[in-house]
Design a binder for this molecule. Structure first.
Ligand SMILES: Cc1ncc(COP(=O)(O)O)c(C=O)c1O
Length: 361
């Protein structure tokens, strides 16, 4: 949790006093645990939280009665009702949705907070037409039950260094943000994810929405240390068994690995049921006793096997690290992502619910 707190403090320092940090803790805090990470982020200077789903907002509201929580995602009518009842801010980009928010606000007997969203080029949620979005904002302002709390957009290529599309999206967003701010002077203008926050101060506006960097993972897929970020998560297991393999003996389903020589094989009780993806079969390393050992054979649902070599002093019970540091060795989520041809986000989000989370303060 110290790492999350420090990462947030650095992000906050980077954006400066006038800019709020909204910590994105959707998908169980990118697999790290939403409420504990939210608490650490708030200690580190975040002043708001964001999630994707209504149930995530409801859960966080129990822990944080007063902190503004923004639901970024699309909501069904029931989900919208739940999110607004939990006093979350919601995203809005269609007239029908505005009417629904207004009706729910009437039922709740209070104003509800909406953030009008421009699709400036992400091609996902949001209104594409700038004039229609401004019209929607005007309709919200004219509606006594709605508080236009924000105007926002989301970038498609902020993590691609040297790209020019971010500039195009920014150019599309700025006039809309200015027009909405004229209509609703107190609304918060926000656009930047972690990559944009680190890459271009012009994207910061009133608030940045950082997820991946909060957890000390690099939005550009590089070593987080290069940007002074500290990974917050480690994934640990242990060696449950050590057995002698004669040359040619195979490990695991499909016999995808045969011992090239007489060797010792360690069996670790962790598998794709825990989020260790099957694509890591014969394609990863694991730390035991401060050394890297190759993951050999096919990843099973509940087990993996590692080649400990022809002579080993590793004994059953030895701690093993799949992500994190041991001795002077370290395996980053970014390394796992590269092996799987994916992104670090997917690696930590993929750690399943059955893996117990141990919070270390
Ligand atoms: C709308 C929106 N804003 C902000 C973020 C945070 O992005 P990142 O984790 O890259 O900082 C996300 C995450 O996917 C998002 O969907």
């Amino acid at each position: 949790m110290g790492a999350v707190e420090r990462n947030c403090r650095k992000l906050k320092d980077r954006v400066g006093d006038g800019v709020e940090l909204c910590a994105v803790v959707k998908a169980n805090g990118y697999g790290h645990g939403a409420a504990v990470c939210a608490a650490a982020a708030l200690r580190g200077g975040a002043s708001r939280l964001a999630v994707a789903a209504a149930a995530e907002a409801e859960e966080l509201r129990l822990h944080f009665p007063e902190i503004p929580i923004l639901v970024l995602g699309a909501l069904t009518t029931d989900e919208l009702r739940a999110a607004l009842a939990a006093r979350a801010d919601v995203a809005i980009w269609r007239e029908g949705f505005r009417e629904l928010c207004s009706r729910i606000a009437e039922d709740l007997g209070r104003m509800v907070r909406v953030h009008v969203k421009l699709d400036s080029g992400m091609g996902r949620l949001g209104e594409r037409d700038p004039d229609r979005l401004i019209e929607l904002a005007r309709a919200c302002v004219d509606d006594q039950r709605l508080d236009v709390a924000g105007v926002w957009t989301h970038f498609a290529t902020a993590d691609e260094e040297g790209d020019s599309y971010l500039g195009e999206q920014l150019a599309a967003f700025v006039p809309v943000a200015e027009a909405v701010r004229e209509l609703a002077p107190d609304c918060v203008v926000h656009a930047a994810n972690s990559a944009a926050t680190l890459r271009d101060p012009a994207t910061h506006f009133d608030m940045v929405r950082c997820g991946i960097a909060v957890y000390g993972l690099d939005p550009f897929g590089r070593d987080p240390g290069e940007r002074d970020l500290e990974p917050a998560l480690e994934l640990h297991s242990y060696v449950a068994d050590v057995k002698r393999f004669e040359r040619g003996a195979s490990a695991g389903y499909g016999r995808t690995w045969h011992a090239p020589e007489d060797t010792w094989v360690g069996v670790l009780p962790i598998g794709y049921g825990d989020g260790v993806r099957r694509g890591l079969s014969n394609n990863a390393e694991v730390l035991v006793g401060g050394r890297r050992y190759p993951l050999v054979g096919t990843v099973s649902m509940d087990n993996i096997t590692v080649d400990l070599g022809p002579d080993t002093d590793v004994e059953p019970g030895a701690p093993a690290v799949l992500i994190g540091a041991q001795g002077s060795e370290r395996i980053l989520a970014e390394e796992i992502a590269a092996r799987l041809d994916t992104i670090n986000y997917e690696v930590t989000c993929g750690i399943s619910g059955r893996v117990p989370r141990e919070v270390i303060d």
